[in-house]
Ligand binder design. Structure first.
Ligand code: GLA
Length: 610
């Protein structure tokens, strides 16, 4: 990958009302694409499309939870090879702004913070609490060693680095931002530092010697003037210009009309302000990586991060893309590069479910269950060699000798299916906290299959994101005791054992839920992208050749899961669906995703726009 030679020229500077780069006036025309939301095989395609749209700068977050999945274990390869991603941007002639957090928000599980931080029951995330400081320091030792060679002064494309993310909206500790700044600078990051905040947060997120930037979607609140007033004689930048919006389960798909968006982008550019489109291409929160909102009501986000962005989830150029390309072309003296060819997609023929395996049979394939008198939250389970469980489901079982009122005392995080002797009785969640268990004679097994639906990624409730069962559950006012706990994080090793298991059954009439359902997709010729269409299914996750595509749920708005062609192979492909409630008998595929009922973001009250 081509990096420039070490440069004596100056990198990005913010010494006057205009940025300069290598001594020349420079306007940032940026776009966000998260490498962890786009299959690696498509990084080049998406970045070429960015370049062809007339952008000059790629911005990306860095998700700590993926890079350090267990305390002290670091991953910077394959899909997480941030060095290769940034180097590719350089090769294609893009500058890069890195946003390494450590907190990134981003509609990402716990805003990108690893859930193992919550093993410490006194943890105070995003503060100078010693346990947090220590973990950040060790992570930054590793991270900065990976990204340092990518800095402008080292000949790389990184012209600026963001300090934390919208800390002004959290602002729990005034020592914290200086600490993160020091983390970067003391490890040798000398490029321009900036902070990124919304209108209200600007006042509290700022720091001396660090450029303030603003996040917004509309200009009607005088936001840019507000930024200019706070920071006279400095370049103005909209760090997150929200090109669309994200979706949560059970609500409509957000759209932001192309012309409305274009009018604002045009005005921002007319005013001489730098811009970064968040998102330029959203991609997908594959696996269990979606975050959640909680402003009084917990609302988990969907798998797709289409965001109604200029490039769709599957990388198509939308109307927004074409309008923006036309607009940005006026900011270049040379004609823009050709737009790369669109990827062909395919609606494969439906395939029948051939085999099933019940959740109960799969328990033999999990780690040895844990026994505990009281419930233990998933982070504190001795699973994964004592590193705890981070994502997925946890099954809690206890013996009961009677029926009666089962009361969760709001200790279920986030949703539980409740079984007596493996018969589903109902579900518990934030809204439903009590269930009537049928009268039983003798000893019965009560099972609670608890799903972590995604940790909150924004707001003051970050420290309260422990999952599983987080306190006592009462049966007729008496706390349940004597739990057997199974970790069902559905990681690749488990899925492999599942694939090879002898317990699969072909007689579908005996299929029970929750359970795993298997189908085989035979691909003739070169694999293409497709969408798995899940209208006939209830709630669960889809795994293709071991890759977790993410969650689906019949309440919508999302009913299609993006399946990238590079994760398929010519010939046989294994599809496993984990279904909680209502299995379909086939897997259907579609060329395009229908996002369901839509709502215009302009119709939302401003306060929901963060
Ligand atoms: C904020 C955050 C982003 C993202 C957007 C909404 O601006 O900084 O990470 O969460 O909101 O999409």
């Amino acid at each position: 990958m081509a990096l420039r030679r070490m440069s004596r020229l100056e990198g990005l500077r913010a010494n006057s009302s205009q940025f300069s780069l290598m001594g020349e006036p420079f306007r940032i025309l940026g776009g966000s694409i998260h490498y962890f939301r786009v299959p690696r095989a498509y990084w080049r395609d998406r970045l070429l499309k960015m370049k062809a749209c007339g952008l000059n700068t790629l911005t990306t977050y860095v998700p700590w939870n993926l890079h350090e999945p267990e305390r002290g274990t670091f991953i910077f390869q394959d899909q997480l090879d941030v060095r290769a991603y940034v180097s590719l941007a350089a090769e294609l002639g893009l500058w890069v702004i890195l946003r390494p957090g450590p907190y990134i928000c981003a509609e990402w599980e716990l805003g990108g913070l690893p859930s193992w931080l919550l093993q410490d029951k006194h943890m105070q995330l995003r503060t100078t609490y010693p346990g947090f400081v220590e973990a950040v320091s060790l992570y930054f030792d590793k991270l900065v060693s990976v990204i340092k060679p990518l800095m402008f002064e080292e000949g790389g494309p990184v012209i600026a680095v963001q300090v934390e993310n919208e800390y002004g909206s959290y602002a729990k500790d005034d020592q914290y931002m200086p600490f993160i700044k020091h983390c970067l600078q003391s490890r040798g990051i000398n490029e321009l530092l900036l902070t990124s905040d919304n209108w209200e947060g600007l006042r509290y997120g700022a720091m001396e010697g660090v450029l303030k930037t603003i996040n917004l979607q509309r200009l009607s609140f005088g936001a840019i003037q507000h930024l200019a007033d706070m920071q006279p004689q400095k370049p103005l930048m909209v760090m997150e210009y929200w090109s669309g919006w994200f979706d949560v389960w059970g609500e409509h798909h957000h759209v932001f009309h192309a012309e409305d968006m274009l009018a604002v982008v045009r005005e921002i550019l007319d005013r001489g302000v730098s811009i970064n489109l968040y998102m330029f291409h959203g991609g997908t929160s594959f696996g269990f990586m979606n975050g959640a909102l909680d402003f009084g009501t917990y609302k988990p986000q969907v798998t797709s991060y289409d965001y109604d962005a200029p490039l769709s989830e599957a990388g198509d150029c939308t109307t927004k893309y074409l309008l923006l390309r036309n607009l940005f072309s006026h900011y270049h003296s040379e004609p823009l590069p050709e737009v790369p060819h669109l990827q062909e997609r395919r609606a494969y023929n439906p395939v029948a479910i051939q085999q099933h395996l019940s959740l109960w049979d799969s328990l033999l394939l999990t780690e040895k269950p844990f026994r505990s008198e009281r419930p233990v939250n998933m982070e504190n389970l001795p699973a994964n060699s004592n590193h705890g469980q981070s994502y997925g489901y946890t099954l809690y079982e206890a013996s009961i000798a009677s029926g009666g009122a089962l009361n969760s005392q709001n200790n279920i995080r986030d949703r539980a299916l409740v079984f007596v002797d493996r018969q589903c009785i109902g579900s518990l969640d934030y809204k439903t906290q009590e269930l009537a268990l049928p009268e039983v004679k003798g000893e019965r097994t009560l099972s609670l299959l608890v799903e972590n639906c995604g940790r909150v990624n924004y707001g003051k409730a970050l420290d309260e994101q422990r999952k599983g069962i987080v306190g006592d559950i009462l049966l007729n006012q008496i706390p349940l005791r004597g739990f057997t706990i199974f970790c069902l994080d559905m990681k690749p090793a488990f899925m492999k054992r599942l694939t090879n298991a002898g317990q699969w059954k072909s007689d579908l009439r005996s299929a029970s839920v929750p359970g795993f359902f298997q189908a085989c997709l035979y691909v003739e010729g070169a694999p293409r992208d497709t969408f798995v269409r899940l209208h006939d299914w209830g709630k669960g996750s889809v795994f293709v050749n071991g890759q977790n595509l993410g969650r689906y749920w019949s309440i919508g708005p999302q009913h299609f899961l993006y399946l990238p062609g590079p994760w398929l192979r010519s010939g046989e492909n294994q599809i496993i669906v984990f279904e909680e409630q209502k299995p379909g008998d086939k897997m259907h595929f579609a060329e395009n995703a229908d996002h369901g009922k839509t709502i215009d973001v302009y119709k939302l009250p401003f306060c929901t726009l963060l």
